[in-house]
Design a protein around this ligand. Sequence first.
Ligand SMILES: [Zn+2]
Length: 243
Amino acid sequence: MTEQLQAMPTDWQRALAIVAHPDDLEYGAAAAVAAWGDEGKEISYLLVTRGEAGIDSLDPVEAAPLREQEQRAGAAVVGVTTVEFLDHRDGVIEYGPALRRDLAGAIRRHRPELVVTMNHHDTWGGTTWNTPDHRAVGRATLDAAADAGNRWIFPELADDGLLPWDGVRWVAVAASPLPTHAVDVTGALDRAVRSLLEHRTYIAALTDEDPESYCRAFVEQAAVEAGARFGGRPAVTFELFPC
Ligand SMILES: [Zn+2]
């Protein structure tokens, strides 16, 4: 029998989801965000870039505002109205103190109990290589959850009024090849499909398939596969790191 995943903790109120690009959350995690919203939880999004290097046929200068707009629309479908962008450069995000400081500052501002990010591992499992932006942002987010609580690591943040926040209790990594926990997303799948579908320009450039069929197939297949390790219920998985 396949090893079963544990249910994600529910005793929290505020979450901050930190990812590299527009669409990162919509490829799966948005279903969990919708389900959490149904329970009255508050979730905000922080995008490290505007995904401006993500569409081969579109110059980054035009792609950036378009992808920002699509991200805001996708977030709104799952009830998220706070969407912020850090303006690091798409494709060449550097892991290091500057990124950690930006993320720690955001965590201090939002004061979440749960931080969500995306796969920080080298691969998606097996030999499918992950991208440098995802690795950098995932790792820096795991680090920043602790940095946010230490007044001496980035003392300049306090000068801007961002006082230490040591209230992050978990970092949940979506799309990890080593998941430990899951969220039942029965009733949230349609919204997850529509949130991905809001990335219209990106998806039109990515596939010749009908956009809605493409989005539905991706989101539903992932949820069913995850469900095999979660009592057969459609699910979104996370690798959970207690802080
Ligand atoms: Zn991405």
